[in-house]
Design a binder for this molecule. Structure first.
Ligand SMILES: [Zn+2]
Length: 365
């Protein structure tokens, strides 16, 4: 068993782990959460998934009213999906290098079909954060995931866009750092004062208000990219103190693909000449007409990583795919990671999502 247990405290719910392997043989994570003592098998289902280096722990924070609790209270059945980029799994630190093509081709289709095998004809939504949403966009555009009742994409979806400085640093890291370093750690307690990562932590500390080096490399520099992952004041102090548990090391193997996508401002395939990946579109935007479900694009107004990528996505889809049911919601005062992990996200962010899901969960006449 390679999957780390969830860091959660389920008081009025129980969770059932379901064994799940990717189509190329990696162990992944899939967990069904149900109300304790309930045998309700009619609730609409929401598959919830994380961003790169995070995990589904971000949806079950014990120190806040978390997203899973809110989904349960709103009448849904949450399922938690940890794809290969989860810090509950070992692949970011060890194992075969991967690209986002692998996630789109091997992870998402398998998770969706595993959930469907258990829930039958019940409505199935997906709520995806960050790179989870980016890779799901590729699966949807390839037609590998179909007939969802709706998708909520937080931060980014089909049009990844970084700040100019982050683009430069991404290129530097993809070309000059990646050959020498397998991953970029964030836990300063493990890295120590003297390591090859010391310059990266030192750079991240410049101008930082917070003395915590782990916070600095995430809040000020997002694994060395210069981006900011969250609005600092939005985090509960307990969440702040366990950032190293919630956001693990970033694997450098994904950087060339990330750079290719960002330069294209579009979700594009990495593996050009490899027949195993021919099911994926060269450019997902060109195949966005294959998306067959409503979309809610969500973003904090202060997203310091993906900026206004989802607003851009709305504009592009409205122009190129006007038949798609797309809505964009910008949440004032929120950044990126804090849109799900902020101490007041249950008040400020989640109602946008549950309202949208509930409208679409009604039985169709
Ligand atoms: Zn801090």
């Amino acid at each position: 068993m390679t999957l780390r247990p969830l860091m959660a405290r389920f008081e009025s719910a129980t969770h059932e782990p379901h064994p799940l392997s990717s189509e190329d043989g990696l162990e992944l994570g899939l967990t069904r959460v149900v109300r304790a003592g309930s045998s309700d098998e009619t609730r609409p289902v929401v598959l919830v998934t994380h961003g790169q280096t995070a995990s589904t722990d971000m949806f079950v924070l014990p120190e806040t009213r978390n997203f899973v609790e809110v989904l349960l209270d709103a009448g849904f059945e949450p399922w938690l999906f940890d794809w290969r980029g989860s810090c509950r799994l070992p692949y970011n630190e060890s194992g075969t290098p991967y690209s986002f093509d692998d996630v789109a081709l091997y992870d998402f289709p398998r998770a969706v079909s595993a959930v469907r095998a258990r829930i039958g004809s019940r409505k199935l939504f997906v709520v995806a954060h960050c790179v989870g949403a980016l890779t799901l966009a590729m699966s949807l555009s390839a037609g590998l995931v179909q007939n969802l009742a709706g998708v909520v994409a937080q931060g980014v979806f089909l049009t990844p866009k970084l700040a100019f400085g982050s683009r430069l640093r991404l290129g530097f890291m993809a070309d000059l750092v990646r050959p020498w370093v397998g991953n970029v750690p964030v836990d300063f307690r493990k890295v120590g004062l003297r390591s090859k990562f010391t310059p990266l932590f030192a750079l991240a500390s410049i101008g930082a208000d917070c003395p915590d080096p782990t916070c600095q490399i995430l809040h000020n520099s997002a694994w060395g990219s210069g981006a900011s992952l969250f609005v600092h004041d939005n985090l509960h102090p307990t969440t702040h103190d366990r950032l190293a548990d919630l956001l693990g090391p970033a694997p450098t193997c994904i950087l060339p693909h990330l750079r290719k996508m960002e330069l294209a401002r579009s979700v594009v395939r990495w593996n050009e000449g490899d027949d195993r990946y021919r099911a994926l579109p060269a450019n997902a935007l060109d195949q966005a007409h294959r998306i067959d479900c409503p979309l809610l694009l969500l973003s904090g107004s202060r997203n310091g990583l993906w900026l206004d990528s989802n607003k851009l996505c709305l504009d592009v889809l409205k122009k190129r795919q006007p038949q798609l049911d797309v809505r964009y919601v910008e949440v004032p005062g929120y950044g990126h990671f804090d849109a799900f992990t902020g101490r007041s996200a249950a008040l400020d962010v989640f109602p946008y999502i549950t309202r949208w899901l509930s409208e679409r969960a009604q039985p169709t006449a």
